[in-house]
Design a protein around this ligand. Structure first.
Ligand code: SAM
Length: 291
């Protein structure tokens, strides 16, 4: 007897019933295409063994399908206007879902995974609010949430950035961070017509499958990520200049030039030309030299 919401008619019916109006500041673009919703859940590989965290359930369009496939679902939604719609209406049929009214960036997800899933790896599935895509992804990785995979709808351009390697204009700190922690794979391009209201950008579903062990060995992860940020903060500059001047880390131009030389790299190389393995090697040299 559940009414699925993945079409314009049913979505509009729910919105009208509650007099809901979209809030731009929360990045609200609800899915109105059942095929896309079902494909995301299927590609996420959600089974009755899984604990799924959904970030931003909206009116519960994808949450319903997640509930039908997962063991347990926790959906975290910031907008108080959506909470009664979810708990009293669209998700009221399901007994394996908990709606948490909270800002995802403030929630202790490690604690949640420990309490609800015995610290075993969870799956994250979401049509993300695009204004905080990067902090959400970085937060999940850096806080060491036990993760199996992250399957998310993001802006197409951001999905591209997560996948590319050196020498392309989209390559940057996000590419390197994602690729240190996970294997990225774009699964689906999604046109603006699949959302209400329509976003001004194209979207894509990307899956990030967590590595058990990162593909490179780094003595000091934190140092490597500061090095990466410093290199890309001033994209046009050589690494010697951008890192040597950066408040991110206390490495002089001379130290930087020496480290580059030790790694067999030119003193005039730019960060955008370096692979993850080269950043790792540089960070290892710098942590030996600077203590
Ligand atoms: N999952 C729904 C769907 O696909 O139709 C809605 C997706 S919509 C792109 C993003 C959702 O995230 C909205 O419901 C929005 O209110 C919610 N949201 C925005 N910022 C949030 C935050 N900081 N924490 C939790 N949820 C947030």
């Amino acid at each position: 007897n559940v009414m699925h919401l993945g079409n314009p008619t049913n979505t509009i019916a729910v919105l009208n019933r509650y007099g809901f109006s979209f809030q731009k500041k929360f990045g609200q673009n609800f899915l109105i295409d059942e095929n896309v919703v079902e494909k995301i859940v299927r590609d996420a590989g959600v089974t009755k063994d899984d604990f799924v965290l959904e970030i931003g359930p909206g009116i519960g369009t994808m949450t319903q399908i997640l509930c039908e496939n997962a063991r347990e679902v926790v959906a975290v939604e910031i907008d108080d206007k959506l909470i009664p719609i979810l708990t009293e209406d669209t998700l009221s049929w399901y007994d394996n879902v908990t709606v948490i009214h909270e800002d995802i960036l403030k929630l202790d997800i490690v604690k949640l995974a420990n309490e609800r899933n015995g610290g075993k790896p969870i799956k994250v599935v979401a049509n993300l609010p695009y204004y905080i895509t990067t902090p959400i992804i970085m937060g999940l990785f850096e806080s060491h949430v036990p993760l199996d995979s992250i399957t998310i709808m993001v802006q197409k351009e951001v999905a591209d950035r997560m996948q590319v390697g050196p020498g392309t204009k989209d390559y940057g700190a996000l590419s390197l961070a994602v690729q240190y922690y996970a294997k990225p794979q774009i699964l689906l391009n999604v046109p603006a017509s699949c959302f209400m209201p329509r976003p001004n950008v194209d979207s894509a579903v990307i899956q990030l499958t967590r590595y058990e062990k990162p593909p490179v060995e780094v003595a000091d992860e934190h140092l490597m990520f500061r090095l990466i940020r410093a290199s890309f903060n001033q994209r046009r500059k050589t690494m010697t200049n951008s890192v040597g001047n950066s408040p991110e880390l206390s490495v002089s131009k001379e130290q930087m030039a020496a480290a580059l030389e030790k790694c067999g790299l030119s003193a005039t190389v730019r960060g955008e030309a370096l692979t993850l393995a080269q950043f790792a090697e540089l960070a290892n040299v710098l942590s030996e030299d600077t203590g």
